[in-house]
Ligand binder design. Sequence first.
Ligand code: 5GP
Ligand code: ZN
Length: 137
Amino acid sequence: MHCIFCSIIKKEIKSEIIYEDNYTIAFLDIAPISSGHVLVIPKLHFTNLTETDPLMLAYVMQSAQKIAGAMAKALKLSGYNILINNGAVAGQIIDHFHLHIIPRRAKDGLEAWPQGEYQASEAGQIAKKIIASLPKS
Ligand code: 5GP
Ligand code: ZN
């Protein structure tokens, strides 16, 4: 199986790596949503968020916290978005789990998604369905 992000980890493909530790690596997105857009990934290959080992997920999130702090300082950001596309329908094009850190600046024109509203008892029914599918602890 060929995975472009595994090739980046092995340094077979060049990328602008900004952070690396035993479990994670982070590099600039080749096609940034905004300047300084970073991808944080586990060094082990997992297809998506659902498949990722929870411990590795924790390492990715800890790296993201560190990196986002450095980005905010270095790039003088007003804020940032954390994005995870899960599944092709959600825009996932690389099947190696990754977390986007997207720099935000005042009046950057990156619009938020439109929000809707629920009818009568709809929200309660949806909440019940999700709760019933949660893993039992
Ligand atoms: P996704 O849409 O799967 O959540 O995001 C994948 C991201 O990987 C995209 O934003 C895309 O620009 C980035 N990307 C794809 N190929 C490469 C590459 O070879 N190098 C780098 N640095 N980023 C890549
Ligand atoms: Zn991979």
